[in-house]
Every structure is written in C-alpha cells, then in structure tokens.
Design a protein around this ligand. Structure first.
Ligand code: GTP
Length: 198
C-alpha cells in the first residue's frame, strides 16, 4: 500500500447540471458514487481524504470514514481543493497527491494502478490520465507532486484556474486510458447511461 501519496476524492462544486449531490448517487455496485470512488482509491493509497467545497462539512464523512478537507474558499473549482490537498500532503511529508473525481463511475483501481506505476518511474513529474480517442488530458485523474505546491497556489489564486491549460505548460507523463474509463456523469441522462441495461 502506498503511503508516499495522499489519495484525494474531489466532491466539491455545485452539481448544478445533475441537480442533486453527485457523491450520493447510486453506483451500479450498490454503493454510492462517493463510497465507490473512495474504495478504488483505498486500493492504491493508504490514506484517503475527501476534498469538498463547504467549510461547514469539515470533519469525518460517516459513509466512508474519510477526513473531509474543505476548500479554503468555496466554489472556486477543483484546483482550489487540489492546492489545499497538496499542502496537507507536504505537511505530512508525503511526496504528492493522487486525485480523482467523484463523478467518474467507470474508473477502477486497475486504472489508478497504471498511473501509480508510471509515477514510480517519474516521481518528480505530474502523471495524468489522457483519453486515447482525443488524446485529451484528464487533470482530475492525476498525481500532483508536492514540489508543485507554490505553482498550484498561484494557479488557484489566478483568474482562470484551468488545470487543463496549466498542465500542458508543465513536464508531465501521460497515461492513456479508454474514453469510457474517464466518462463524467454530469447530468441525469449521463446517469441513466451508467446503469446496467435491462
Ligand atoms: N474540492 C472541490 N472539488 C470540486 C470543485 N468544483 C468541482 N469539484 C469536483 O470536480 C469534479 C468535476 O466537477 P464538475 O463536473 O466540473 O463540476 P460540478 O460542480 O460537480 O458540477 P456542475 O455544477 O454541473 O458544473 C467533481 O468531482 C466535483 O466534485 C470545487 O470547487 N472544489
């Protein structure tokens, strides 16, 4: 089990397109999306925290037993949560954060192991999933080294806060995954598509 990386599941944001909290949606496994996302992350990281927007939710999440790391400023996007998570990892003398979103129900621990394997070879670099069809960077399925703490804070405090653009200015390792593994569930229609077909 990897103790050099802090596992982070991103649950912040407004879930406005879904109209309900995506963390609480029911996954085909019978778990909630959050329990499923924490479970796959626990297979690769010894410590897993939840990164959320609401400061009032500080504490421990009862459904998973994970500590909640509230964003210092709510609703400023995932980079805010990732910068705070990298701070915690640095405080704990860990080498980085392994980040995944709560809304990719088809992502598995096996996919995460692929990124971890690459990071073992390139621990100084960002290791980021890309989807093979469009060669598109997936910044929310990525390992961020703690050495990038200051840069992540600068980005979090900037006007545009796009991890997607920023990663392309950094040395990074791309780990290609199938498009389906990184499919976001953002709307009720997306959710229908994740349910087993009868
Ligand atoms: N910690 C943290 N996570 C976030 C924040 N915004 C989004 N996320 C997470 O990032 C992932 C992708 O989120 P999006 O689909 O872009 O945004 P969303 O707020 O969940 O949904 P919409 O309101 O429909 O855009 C999900 O796992 C969210 O929980 C934020 O401000 N802070």
């Amino acid at each position: 089990m990897n103790s050099r990386l802090l596992g982070i599941v991103l649950v912040g944001g407004r879930s406005s397109r879904m109209g309900t909290d995506k963390a609480k949606l029911l996954h085909p496994s019978g778990m909630t999306f959050l329990q499923h996302a924490v479970g796959r992350m626990r297979e690769v990281c010894g410590q897993v925290c939840i990164s959320g927007s609401a400061a009032e939710s500080e504490g421990t999440d009862a459904s998973t037993g994970c500590s909640i790391l509230p964003d210092p400023v709510a609703y400023r996007g995932p980079v805010t949560g990732i910068a705070a998570a990298v701070d915690l990892a640095a405080q704990q003398q860990q080498e980085g954060c392994f980040v995944t979103p709560v809304d990719m129900p088809d992502l598995t621990a096996e996919h995460l192991r692929g990124l971890l394997h690459r990071w073992d070879q390139f621990p100084e670099m960002i290791v980021c999933a890309t989807t093979e069809n469009h060669n598109s960077i997936q910044p929310l399925v990525a390992i961020y080294p703690t050495r990038l703490q200051n840069e992540l804070h600068q980005l979090a405090h900037s006007d545009q806060r796009s991890l997607f653009r920023w990663i392309r200015t950094q040395p990074y390792q791309a780990v290609p995954l199938q498009q389906t593994a990184c499919k976001n569930v953002n709307t009720p229609t997306d959710l229908e598509d994740t349910l087993p077909k009868r």
